[in-house]
Design a protein around this ligand. Structure first.
Ligand code: ACO
Length: 260
């Protein structure tokens, strides 16, 4: 993996933009003419954004430019011509896939809260990117679909775990094997969206959520996320112990630091 700051040329090849404004980093999928199709460069650059995120960033917003959040993997990767500047798709080993998964995994880090702002299509790798985020604010035109099985592959960009955690195994299996589209009402009902708003209000809804998150003290937010993320894998006893540990640590911080 390359070291040092991400160059403009790398952002361009990845189809990404990054804007950091104090405690908020905004990652924009910026290839609207291809409906923000994703390539290996996109996933690797996402990983590097995670590795090089400035200290003090507490919220990461992931958004897509244009009518769609993301149409998933760039389908040209499945053709003999491929995509200029990108590796060939196959054959590949697990280490190769691990490098791509790194682009999504860091969005679960406890020191940040990640928010996907999703409008229009979020397909395959695009759906998994939304699932990789802690929270999903969606526009009422959202269309989620896990298309991988239709291409003869499995969803392998870390999406199967959050999908099952959110909707359960039977619904996840049904969504993946039918590859059908989930529209806004169902997304809200299934818990795939924390909030559904008109398309025109998406930016404002995300801003409001970000402001609310930033009102909580950083160490409290991190402890809360750690605790809640661990809960599904813990017994009640383990989780109660984790609550005690986190609380004792927070209460040992100077009182003046206990507000945001
Ligand atoms: N890969 C490469 N190019 C794409 C992709 C993609 N995944 N999706 C859209 N594009 C391109 C189209 O080829 C088209 O290019 P052109 O203008 O040169 O013809 C342009 O983006 C616009 O696409 P349209 O289909 O015209 O846009 P529309 O808004 O009508 O439809 C939609 C959007 C529904 C997303 C459609 O493009 C589509 O079905 N794309 C493929 C989705 C897909 O199957 N992705 C793979 C998922 S599996 C995975 O991610 C591992």
């Amino acid at each position: 993996m390359a070291d040092g700051p991400i160059t403009d040329a790398e952002f361009e090849q990845a189809g990404l933009r990054l804007a950091v404004d104090g405690a908020v980093a905004t990652i924009t999928l910026a290839r609207p003419e291809r409906r923000n199709a994703l390539t290996f460069s996109t996933w690797r650059t996402l990983a590097r954004i995670g590795d090089t995120l400035p200290d003090g960033v507490r919220v990461v917003v992931v958004r897509g430019e244009g009518p769609a959040f993301s149409a998933g993997i760039d389908l040209r990767l499945f053709t003999a011509e491929g995509v200029p500047g990108e590796d060939a798709l196959a054959p590949r080993d697990e280490e190769f896939i691990r490098g791509l998964q790194a682009g999504y995994l860091w969005l679960r880090r406890p020191d940040i809260v990640s928010v996907a702002a999703v409008q229009g299509h979020a397909i395959g790798g695009g759906f998994q990117l939304a699932l990789a985020c802690d929270l999903r604010i969606v526009a009422d035109d959202v269309k989620f679909a896990m298309k991988e099985p239709a291409l003869g592959i499995v969803p392998d960009l870390t999406g199967t775990k959050p999908l099952v955690d959110i909707v359960g195994v039977p619904r996840a299996l049904e969504l993946c094997l039918t590859t059908r589209t989930v529209f806004a009402d169902e997304a809200a009902r299934l818990g795939l969206a924390e909030l559904v708003v008109p398309v025109a209000d998406l930016g404002k809804a995300v801003d409001d959520l970000v402001a609310a998150i930033l009102a909580v003290r950083p160490s409290t937010a991190a402890a809360t996320k750690r605790l809640l993320r661990a809960a599904p894998g813990n017994t009640l006893e383990e989780q109660s112990a984790a609550e005690r540990r986190e609380q004792v640590a927070l209460l040992s911080e100077p009182a003046g630091e206990r507000s945001a």
